[in-house]
Design a protein around this ligand. Structure first.
Ligand code: IVH
Length: 668
């Protein structure tokens, strides 16, 4: 046999075994035999490197570590799901759908286990895996292609033997870690003196966000696909058909998917999943109930962050019994003092829990929680576990009543309890715990995203009095860093780079980073849109201006006003700008006109060439395609247009000329 044929045959065998294992869940050879095939291919490719192609199964861990992740704009927004916490809420979901459709007919639903991992998008062009990204804010995520390639369940090349393959396939799915792999990973981390991951979700997310794909490769991640992005030129009637296609292409789909008619049956299956949830080899935190028919989905449409045709039915939190070994007071970013119970470590739904929040003194008193008590604790997903109740019968004589200290455990300042609030706060703005909390928030991933500034380093920087306020971050000098314990020259350089890189940011990231009370990520984005990214007008906004913005209520408006009334906050923001913070023109706002719009060019263009035209569309959030379909939004037709123009006319698509195209993009 020719070498090229041997290579081809080995690759096919390996890919077929992957398909058997990850899609059909039916391996037909042992792991050993599989490894042998892979080794053989590796050896031959090593000898004949000219035959190596990126989609070869040997190339999963090829890439070198990178400095930071690039950004990928999703052609179609990656939405989130609304939650239903009870059966009533599931019924209400069904009712809303029927009302909107103006029909009493029972709806066909598909129910899938809700995996607790990280949503990703995989893009295949001509069957080859070309790009993979995280969900990010839904519009754009991080380019984690090299890391996703290391996941063996992610095919590097799609199968086209059963069903034909479109030129472009975008698939969304969940990357997760199986319980067994999670435990193994945490055991290894403990052995090498590393902090174990708090839960399986964090482990999956942390593993995917490694700058070195070799680390990701060691983490045993899994994937199940459940949703389409852009898929060119296929006509489907429903979601279940799509899932079948995915399997045919070699993409893993959760086998526990059920199709039912009517919400009652959907709820039955949801309950069944809940009773057997602990039998799954991975964590699930609910079920996802989706309308099966794609035309009904279309009719129902989407809200700002979630579709109307799907809902996440959450499971009740899991409870176990354990003992409170101690209680201590922790100081949060806002100075709030929270009592935390140190528990006898216990497993809840596959995770070892050691701490639980007791919220505040009122809660401790109301539930009469004492040190030494046997208690029932509850954990749901990645929420901090909480104490539900004390088992009074098990209380021993030496159980000790606990009172929060009246002085801050960090800075010893007298604590205060603001009127109408249940929590005590440390009023000292220079309390190291508050400063550390502020800075940790400021540098965090969804705020200014300063890579490499971990908790330990921030503690050191504050303890050494190198930084006292967030703006001091921009004043750090390399020579201050190298003096710190365990800080090398290279690491110091990296940190300075990462601080500098964070300076070019967006309006929403910056105001989120400032940590204004009640202004989370979503609210920051609303404000960004409302103020068109103009920071000065945001600073000058009155209570009325703020309250008149849709989705901003009086509490948020008041909190923003109070934040700016405090001169030191204005001072910090100004300092940040003086020290180099720049607010980037935000594509989302300016380019909204073309976001999600697909263009097809046909005939000749006179002012610009076609490549430039396509680039303009893509820069403004749109997509340029070569073929006309019902998903096309605009056909830009010039002289000499042929069949594409004809097809567009038949499909009733907007047809515009070059001048109209120019006007449209100039608006953006
Ligand atoms: S569908 C527009 N299906 O849940 C609908 N999501 O809370 C897109 N998730 O971001 C999601 N299992 O990360 C869907 N079977 C499943 C899922 C699932 C887990 C996650 C996903 C999503 C989040 C929403």
């Amino acid at each position: 046999m020719k070498i090229s044929d041997t290579i081809k045959s080995l690759r096919k065998q390996i890919n077929d075994h992957n398909y058997q294992y990850y899609v059909l869940d039916n391996p037909i050879i042992s792991d050993n035999e599989y490894d042998k095939l892979l080794k053989e291919l590796e050896l031959i490719e090593k000898k004949y490197p000219k035959f190596i192609v990126p989609e070869s199964p040997t190339q999963r861990i090829g890439a070198q570590p990178i400095e930071s992740f690039g950004t990928v704009t999703h052609r179609i927004t990656m939405m989130s799901l609304a939650n239903a916490m009870s059966e009533d809420e599931l019924k209400a979901f069904d009712k809303r759908i029927k009302k909107k459709l103006n029909s009493a007919a029972e709806i066909e639903y598909v129910i899938e286990p809700k995996l607790d991992g990280l949503a990703v998008e995989l893009i295949y062009e001509n069957g080859k895996f070309v790009n993979g990204s995280t969900r990010g804010d839904g519009n754009a995520g991080e380019d984690i292609t090299s890391n996703l390639k290391t996941i063996k369940g992610v095919p590097l090349i799609l199968r086209n033997d059963i069903i034909s393959l479109p030129d472009l396939v975008e698939v969304r799915g969940e990357v997760f870690i199986r319980k067994e792999d999670f435990e193994l990973l945490n055991t290894k981390r403990l052995q090498s003196n590393k902090q174990p991951f708090a839960n399986a979700r964090n482990a999956a997310a942390g593993s995917l966000r490694q700058l070195d794909p070799k680390i990701t490769a060691k983490r045993s991640l899994s994937i199940y696909c459940y949703q389409a992005g852009v898929v060119d030129g296929i006509n489907l009637n429903n979601h279940s058909e799509f899932l079948e296609r995915l399997k045919g292409w070699g993409l893993p789909v959760n086998p526990e998917v059920k199709i039912v008619k009517g919400i009652e049956k959907a709820m039955q299956f949801h309950k069944k999943l809940e009773t057997i949830r602990n039998e799954f080899p991975y964590e699930i935190d609910g079920s996802v109930i989706k309308v099966n028919s794609l035309s009904i989905r279309n009719e129902l449409g989407v809200r700002s962050r979630s579709p109307r045709w799907a809902i996440a039915g959450k499971f009740k939190a899991q409870q176990v019994t354990t003992i409170i070994n101690d209680i201590f007071a922790s100081v949060g970013r806002t100075g709030a003092i929270t009592p935390v119970a140190k528990l006898e470590p216990v497993e809840v739904g596959g995770v070892i829990v050691t701490n639980a929040t007791l919220h505040n003194q009122d809660e401790i008193d109301r539930k009469d929680i004492r040190i030494g008590d046997t208690v029932i604790i509850e954990r749901s997903g990645d929420v901090i576990p909480k104490v539900i109740k004390v088992i009074q019968e098990k209380r021993t004589e030496d159980a000790k009543v606990y009172h929060l200290p009246d002085h801050c455990p960090e800075c010893n300042n007298q604590l205060m309890r603001p009127e109408n609030e249940v929590v005590f706060r440390c009023p000292n703005y220079s309390c190291p715990a508050i400063i550390k909390g502020d800075i940790k928030h400021f540098v965090s991933k969804n705020a200014l995203d300063m890579d490499g500034l971990g908790e330990k380093l921030i503690d050191q920087l504050v303890n050494e009095r190198i930084i006292k306020k967030v703006d001091d971050l921009f004043r750090i000098k390399k020579n201050q860093l190298v003096k710190l314990e365990r800080m090398g020259n290279k690491s110091a350089d990296n940190i300075i780079d990462s601080i500098n890189n964070s300076k070019l940011t967006t309006f929403s990231r910056f105001i989120y980073a400032l940590g204004i009370r009640y202004v989370g990520e979503h609210t920051s984005k609303i404000l960004e849109s409302a103020f068109k990214g103009n920071f000065d007008s945001f600073l000058e906004a009155t209570f009325e201006d703020l309250e008149s913005i849709e989705e901003i209520g009086p509490i948020v408006a008041q909190s923003i006003i109070e934040f700016w009334n405090d001169k030191s906050n204005k001072h910090i923001a100004n300092n940040c700008f003086e020290l180099g913070i720049k607010i980037e023109r935000n594509n989302e706002i300016v380019d909204q006109i073309l976001t999600g719009k697909t263009f097809v060019f046909t005939g000749s263009l006179e002012k610009i060439n076609r490549k430039e035209a396509k680039e303009i569309v893509e820069r403004q959030g749109g997509r340029a395609s070569n073929s006309v379909s019902k998903n096309t939004d605009y056909v830009v037709a010039g002289p000499g247009s042929g069949t594409k123009l004809e097809k567009a006319k038949i499909l009733g698509i907007n047809i515009i000329n070059e001048d109209e195209f120019e006007k449209l993009v100039n608006k953006g």
